[in-house]
Write a protein of this length. Structure first.
Lengths: 876, 728
């Protein structure tokens, strides 16, 4: 990396006579000039010493403890496990699906699930649905292990970037105790693999760059280069965010090439060799990896599933359950055909015995994506003499040439495709006409049933199944049969609208005969079927579908956020709430804010340096400045490339999209630490690192119940709410640990001694407390409170009885207005009871408790809890 | 030899003459409203009739049109309602207004010539750039109509010209001449920005050039003392920020001063703004609301009425939640009996007099007249938005839930005791018990509520959907006429209330930004920026079926493609030069390279800044948005032509200062190739222009086959094309 080193002044010229050295140099010792002149291969490779490997092993063990702690809990579906768990099930059942992310991470999760015997029957329908018969721990282990290995990668990357071991250790600790990374890697989600591969690519690239400075085209050089390419392929196969990693490596490579270009000792031939090697390994290899992953994806998903509708007919034909028998190649008068719309995935020209509610009120024409008898039409020659609907039967089959005038007969309802001067029901504009099915069994119909076939492309002379696309022009009004991605309302069963359009876009007015059967054609007449698409065309099609789907994800989500709020950790994401426990994605604020500060500090210092250079200060001739500038510049570029592009995206964005950028920000933070402590003694540096690490661990401990979904008390929860925008629901927590014991749904794990001990202490204290008669005004107040409590209880009872009555009538409990989060069962979290105490409002924490929660103050609440705890256990 | 001044003057004279001829030729055709004349003609008419209108573009160019219209005697009665409305029948002196546009369009040509000349290019090269604009069908089509672009482009070219003059005086800084061109740059910049919103890109372009310039001045090798930098910086801040801003403000000052009557733009503005206009609805029809009046209440943004009907909320929603099963309260877009609400007092009222007026902060009940029930909200989740409260109604006689039916009227910017007025009194309706505000948003309820809009209680008091106003007082308890009542009890002053200019200015600016971003609806002739330089598709401005005439807005294909090629050649040259210098190959002489970087580089910067931002915009984009960029690309084309035909440059071109070292004067030798290339190009441009001219001038009419022949690219969507077999 560090290729720009300021030259130190040369040694005194040889002409000056030196006195003999006092300490003659050892054999093989080189002075500074000799070292610089010596071949580059002699420079010491930066390989960690043996002791460091031991440190690394310890860090890895600690990391495993943090990442894998109670990974089996929660034993129900968390957040986007809904999607990615479901996709694993689809893979196992080989049912085709479409997702916006490339398949590698999902395939890895599926592999784990398959090895541990997942049968794919569990549907990951809803968040907090308990797992049944699912090896979810094995599935979660995939991201967890990848998250774990990210820690040593961070360490090694910094070491290869010429940072000190202390700094690298600090980085490992920061990555280990980062709540968001922990939370994200403990569940079946794609981000942990993504970050792992990002870290891996960065590490490989840094190794490659180091090797490049020493011995280009050596075996190690090639190895690192190919590995970088492979890792880049893997990262982009996890999520398209991986493209940013490719951009990082690409820009850094371009910089290498630019520097090489400026080195006149490198001949153009050698430069081209450098260029081709990089192009091969950093463009071709990732592309091949990416395509290979898709090859596996297609190889597994053999059967039709919920994703079929996104794909073209050719593609669908390759899926089991959609394969079609060969069909007659030539369409003739009298053929029974199904007609598919070419440009949209709306399906087949369809009609059914339901009428339009407005306009002509004739029978509906729609597009319908599934096979059905109502998709069958008979092609009739409109210009034949006599009754056109029967006259064809006596004659040998006549083909349909370009320009033929036809009628289309809907077979099951015996009506013809018809258009007239009515506005269509949804696209109510001047240039569109309604299309309907019209006619009776023995009515010949009118001229509005006539359509002219215009075959698309001049090569084909007559209409053929599957091979020719055609347009249908209405003979009288000159409009074209047309469909677009507009759905009819409920009366049209949400099927796609079909109209007759006078200014039709060509693509949306193209149709194609998909199946064709004719009674008079011999069995050995030429037949056709869909052409099987090649892997490449399937790959391209799926990628374009992913792109459009991804761009279409613009609707809002309750927990989505805009990129500007990420570096300041404005708000997290609620992953899971159940049994008064919560999993909430939030970062370690200390790590998060310090890393943001480091990034801003780098930008500020760099800007200052540029300004100073402009005014003639010679900072960039200082070796230390150059070293840290190169190092931090690379990490900053990584951060910026993984963060800034999100500002251009209009789709739904979440906090976890910042995590790859956070990885670089943490490394940058450590680099800044390295710079700041450069002049300290090693012990002092270690001490500083230790203090930082301890602070970070302390921060982690505060928020760890959210990462692991552990019980915590309301007081702890409220104390952890440092910013008012952090909306973890502390009213979902209970107020003391012992209450988690009373909760029926929570069985304390055997190792959980703390709770038992607390309960014992509590009952002991109750037994030992001496009975003291309290002063009279106390007693009076107590009696008043008791009265109020009874009143509350009565009100509670009334309300509860009313709800129970409603529930008996077949409804669920009414959903009362909640101040904030609800439990997964739709109830408000444990608030201040079910009201009835009148509209008291209490100042609590930093503000008022929102309207709608009727609270009676902490004393009354405590007492009510005390009272309730002595009631027989029941589900309230 | 071509660079003697008499030759130059002759060249610029011929160019200008041609420009006037081509732009004024048959300017009276068509005598119908064409394309956006619908808007800009109408705005000019509003200036003459002094009625307030609202538009997303700043007013300077439109005021010029208004001035031109007034000058030629337009009375402002004709309102340019539809494309194709006839001017002659309506006696509109439209030629005068189009003439203004044509004058500016014609003057652009000599300005382009001047820019090139001032930059040190020879007469031939300058004429080349100017003729690329001169014979351009797009520039001509745009400047023959009442459209803003020709004015925008003229001032943009003037800005560039003055900046170059200013920059050439850099060795004579702080002289009168230097200040003059600096301030001229600022003023023209303001005119550009004041003509059209995209004029701000010119501000950015000049801003970027100034930053580069300042960065150069900051260099310690140029100026030992930092004071020099600060002086230069301050001068530019004054000339290029302060002056333009004042000029820009003055446009708006004139705009507000001229438009002092109520007009179609009223409804966009705040009530306080509207009340500053003569004869506006609010002053005329706004009345104080009294208790027991029956009113209709309307949402400010969504424009739906507060509505209720006897149907109940369904017991259970699709997602399994349960409602209160109370009567539905919805938002309904049309006037209806069910929108009537009566204001019920919660305190004792005097029989008559001012005590019956509802004031800011009063607590009221709202009685739905048709179902005789009062509005209520309670902590049941609303149908679509579970975090908000459901609104329903409760029988009037049943007092058991009286407390839940109380609402407080909070006027926006209301003070203690200010009266609640219809039309102008925007208010929030806050539930006394739970503090939620009556709120509506775009969410449509399912079939059970007849697809009407959802109404619910919002906890966030600052949401935009919380603001409502009383549309109309339908009926008063004693049946008297509302306006007369007001006249007797409280004679309001029907004179407009003055409002601070800056308040008006900032309100209008905010609205312009907001509406500009909101122009995202698709338009059949909107196109994406990537297509523009290649002329992939144009815009159909006007058609006339009987004579098969049409105006199709499209550029001169020879000229535009020359520009595209020139820009790519320039980028190629500079790229190759950078790589070459990296390898220590210095192929281009120093002075030529400097000219390429500084002069052509500046043109490219102008081109880029007028073009690239469109890629980031999500609003409707049209080909004519590229015209300023096209002008910059003709400048690049001239510079590239000069580079290709000559190894030398005219130096020095900057004015000599006291401390400038003496340099030899060099003349660029362009030989015989220059005039020949210019001649060939002019002929080619002319042929292409004449061939397309029936589409540019809209006359003569073309037969189907002729139209087909003029469809040079198959992506052009011309009208009246003959059908042939290959194309459908």
């Amino acid at each position: 990396m560090a290729s720009v080193r300021a030259r130190r002044p040369p040694s005194p010229p040889p002409s000056i006579a030196h006195p003999p050295p006092r300490f003659p140099p050892k054999a093989g010792h080189l002075d500074a000039d000799a070292r610089r002149a010596a071949p580059r291969s002699l420079a010491r490779p930066r390989v960690p010493a043996a002791a460091e490997w031991r440190v690394l092993a310890v860090l890895l063990l600690v990391g495993a403890g943090v990442r894998l702690f109670r990974i089996s809990s929660p034993d129900s579906v968390v957040f986007d496990e809904v999607h990615f768990g479901k996709f694993a099930a689809r893979y196992i059942k080989t049912r085709y699906f479409v997702d916006v992310h490339p398949p590698l991470a999902k395939l890895l999760i599926t592999l784990a699930a398959w090895i541990f015997g997942f049968n794919g029957h569990f549907e990951f329908d809803d968040i907090a649905k308990p797992f049944v018969d699912t090896p979810y721990v094995a599935m979660r282990m995939v991201p967890a292990l990848m998250g774990l290995w990210t820690i040593p990668l961070g360490y090694l990357t910094l070491r290869m970037l010429d940072c000190r071991a202390t700094t690298a250790m600090l980085a490992a600790v920061l990555l280990t105790f980062e709540n968001a990374l922990v939370t994200q890697s403990r569940h079946i989600l794609l981000d942990a693999p993504l970050i792992f591969f990002t870290a891996l690519s960065t590490f490989f690239y840094v190794c490659f760059a180091t090797e490049n400075a020493r011995r280009p085209f050596s075996e190690a050089w090639w190895t690192w280069l190919v590995l970088t390419g492979g890792a880049l392929g893997a990262v982009v196969s996890c999520k398209w965010v991986g493209l940013f990693t490719i951009a990082l490596v690409g820009l850094a490579t371009l910089r290498q090439l630019w520097i090489l270009l400026g080195d006149t000792r490198v001949s153009p031939r050698l430069w081209i060799k450098h260029f081709l090697a990089r192009a091969l390994c950093l463009i071709l290899v990732p592309l091949l990896v990416y395509m290979f992953i898709f090859h596996i994806h297609f190889a597994i998903l053999q059967n039709s599933g919920e994703g079929d509708g996104f794909m073209s007919p050719e593609f669908q034909h390759t899926l089991g359950g959609h394969r079609m028998d060969d069909t007659y190649a030539d369409v003739a008068v009298g053929s029974r055909v199904t007609i598919r719309h070419v440009n949209t995935q709306g399906g087949y020209l369809h009609s059914h015995p339901h009428n339009y509610p407005a306009g002509s009120k004739q029978q509906q024409i729609t597009l319908y994506p599934h096979l059905d008898e109502n998709n069958d039409w008979r092609i009739i020659n409109a210009s034949s003499p006599g009754d056109p609907y029967t006259s064809w039967e006596g004659h040998p089959p006549a083909y349909i040439p370009d320009g033929a005038r036809i009628k289309l007969r809907h077979i099951s309802t015996a009506k013809s495709l018809h258009s007239h001067d009515f506005r269509p029901p949804v696209s109510d504009v001047d240039f569109q006409n309604e299309v309907s099915a019209y006619g009776m069994a023995d009515f010949e119909g009118d001229m509005n049933d006539d359509w002219i076939v215009e075959i698309d492309g001049s090569a084909a002379r007559r209409l053929r199944t599957l091979r020719t696309a055609f347009r249908l022009k209405h003979a009288l009004t000159g409009c074209y049969l047309f469909s677009h991605k507009v759905k009819l309302p409920a009366w049209g069963f949400d099927q796609q609208e079909v109209t007759c359009n006078k200014n039709a876009v060509r693509a949306n007015s193209l149709w194609m005969v998909e199946t064709n059967w004719h009674p008079h054609l011999p069995a050995n007449a030429p037949k056709v079927n869909y052409r099987t698409p090649s892997l490449l065309s399937k790959f391209l099609e799926l990628n374009s579908v992913m792109w459009t789907t991804n761009a279409g994800l613009t609707e809002r989500h309750t927990y989505d956020s805009r990129p500007a709020s990420w570096p300041i950790l404005r708000r997290g994401i609620n992953f899971w709430v159940k049994d008064h426990r919560q999993v909430y994605l939030t970062g370690n604020p200390l790590v998060w804010w310090m890393s943001t500060a480091a990034v801003s500090a780098y930008v500020a210092v760099r800007a200052l340096l540029i300004l100073r250079a402009k005014r003639g200060f010679r900072d960039f001739e200082n070796t230390k400045v150059v070293k840290y500038d190169t190092l931090c510049g690379f990490l900053f570029l990584g951060w910026a490339l993984h963060y800034l592009p999100f500002f251009l995206m209009t789709r739904q964005l979440f906090l976890h999209h910042y995590l790859p950028a956070l990885y670089f920000a943490v490394l940058l933070l450590c680099a800044v630490f390295d710079f700041l402590t450069a002049s300290l003694r090693p012990v002092a540096r270690l001490a500083a690192a230790l203090v930082l690490a301890l602070l970070v661990v302390w921060n982690f401990a505060i928020f760890s119940p959210l990462a692991y979904g552990l019980p915590w008390t309301k007081a702890q929860c409220r104390a952890a709410q440092w910013r008012s925008t952090w909306d973890f629901s502390w009213y979902a927590a209970l107020s003391s640990p012992s209450q988690y014991l009373m909760n029926l749904n929570f069985t304390p794990p055997p190792q959980c001694r703390l709770f038992r001990r607390l309960r014992e202490l509590r009952s002991q204290r109750a037994r030992n407390a001496p009975r003291i008669r309290r002063p009279r005004h106390h007693r009076r107040r107590r009696r008043a409170r008791a009265r109020r409590r009874r009143r509350c209880a009565r009100a509670d009872g009334r309300r509860r009885r009313r709800d129970a009555g409603r529930a008996r009538e077949g409804g669920a409990r009414p959903r009362y207005f909640c101040g904030g989060a609800r439990g997964e069962d739709g109830r408000c979290g444990e608030q201040c009871g079910w009201g009835g105490c009148g509209g008291w409002r209490w100042r609590w924490g930093g503000g008022w408790i929102e309207g709608g929660q009727r609270c009676c103050g902490w004393r009354a609440r405590q007492r009510r809890r005390w009272w309730r705890a002595r009631q027989p256990r029941r589900e309230w | 030899m071509y660079d003697v001044s008499s030759f130059s003057i002759a060249a610029v004279g011929i160019l200008t003459l041609f420009a006037f001829f081509l732009r004024f030729y048959k300017i009276n055709h068509p005598d119908q409203v064409v394309f956006d004349e619908v808007h800009f003609g109408k705005f000019a008419a509003h200036y003459i009739s002094r009625e307030y209108y609202f538009d997303v573009h700043p007013p300077f160019a439109k005021m010029l049109f208004g001035l031109a219209g007034w000058f030629v005697g337009f009375d402002g009665k004709f309102l340019f309602e539809n494309i194709g409305d006839n001017y002659t029948d309506n006696h509109v002196p439209y030629v005068g207004m189009r003439g203004l546009s044509a004058i500016f369009g014609s003057l652009t040509v000599p300005v382009v010539y001047g820019i090139m000349k001032e930059c040190g290019y020879g007469t031939v090269v300058s004429a080349f750039s100017a003729s690329l604009v001169l014979f351009d069908s797009a520039h001509i089509a745009q400047s023959r109509l009442i459209l803003l672009d020709s004015i925008l482009i003229f001032f943009m070219a003037m800005t560039v010209y003055s900046y170059i003059r200013f920059r050439k005086l850099r060795y004579r800084d702080f002289t009168a001449e230097w200040w003059g061109w600096l301030v001229a740059t600022g003023v023209f910049m303001a005119c550009t920005w004041g003509s059209k919103v995209n004029g701000i890109l010119t501000v950015f372009a000049i801003g970027a050039a100034v930053l580069v310039d300042l960065w150069d001045i900051l260099d310690y090798r140029k100026n030992e003392s930092i004071d020099v930098f600060w002086r230069q910086f301050t001068a530019r801040a004054v000339g290029l920020i302060l002056v333009p801003f004042i000029v820009y403000l003055s446009f708006f000052w004139v705009h507000f001063t001229v438009l002092n009557r109520s007009g179609p733009g009223d409804t966009f503005m705040s009530p306080a703004f509207q009340e500053s206009l003569v004869g506006n609805e609010l002053l005329m029809h706004s009345a104080e609301i009294r208790y027991l009046d029956t009113v209709t209440i309307r949402a400010k943004d969504a424009k739906v009425y507060l509505h209720s009907h006897p149907e109940k909320y369904p017991l259970r929603y699709d997602d399994g939640r349960i409602s209160s099963q109370g009567q539905q309260v919805t938002g309904y877009g049309h006037a209806d009996e069910n929108n009537h609400w009566q204001i019920i007092p919660t305190k004792a009222l005097p029989e008559t007099g001012r005590g019956r007026i509802v004031r800011h902060g009063d607590t009221i009940q709202l009685l739905h007249v048709n179902t005789d029930s009062v509005l209520l909200t309670h902590d049941v989740a609303s149908p679509l938005t579970p975090t908000n409260q459901e609104f329903t109604t409760h029988p009037k006689e049943d007092y058991s839930r009286y407390n839940e039916t109380l609402f407080q009227v909070l006027l926006m910017d209301g003070e203690e005791g200010s009266a609640w007025r219809s039309k102008s009194g925007h208010f929030r309706l806050v539930h006394v018990l739970t503090k939620v505000s009556l709120y509506t948003h775009k969410g449509q309820l399912p079939d059970w509520a007849f697809l009407q809009q959802e109404i619910n209680g919002n906890k966030n008091p600052n949401d935009r959907g919380n603001v409502w106003f009383v549309d109309e007082i339908v009926q008063t308890p004693d049946g008297e006429d509302v306006l007369n009542r007001q006249a007797t009890v409280n004679t309001p002053n029907r004179d407009p209330k003055p409002r601070n200019f800056f308040k008006k200015f900032f309100e209008l600016q905010g609205l312009m930004l907001q509406h500009n971003a909101g122009l995202t609806a698709s338009h059949p002739y909107a196109s994406s920026p990537l297509n523009w330089p290649f002329l992939v598709s144009g815009i159909s401005f006007w058609t006339e079926s009987e004579s098969q005439k049409q105006i199709y807005f499209i550029g001169n294909i020879v000229g535009w493609w020359t520009c595209v090629i020139a820009v790519s050649v320039y980028i190629g040259i500079m790229g190759a030069d950078m790589i070459g210098r990296r390898r220590n190959v210095k192929a281009i002489p120093h002075s030529v390279r400097k000219r390429l970087w500084n002069s052509a580089g500046f043109f490219l910067l102008v081109w880029f800044i007028h073009y690239a931002p469109f890629f980031l915009m999500s609003r409707q984009l049209f080909l004519h948005h590229y015209l300023p960029s096209h002008l910059a690309s003709t400048l690049v084309a001239g510079a590239v032509l000069h580079f290709l035909i000559s190894d030398t440059v005219n130096t020095p071109i900057s004015a000599k200062g006291h401390f400038t070292p003496l340099r030899h004067r060099n003349y660029a030798e362009i030989g015989y190739r220059g005039p020949i290339i210019l001649g060939i190009w002019v002929v080619m441009l002319l042929i292409a222009f004449v061939y397309i001219s029936p589409l540019t001038y809209g006359t003569p009419g073309l037969t189907g086959d002729e139209v087909n022949a003029r469809r040079l690219l198959n992506t052009w969507t011309l009208h009246f094309a003959a059908k042939n077999a290959g194309q459908v």
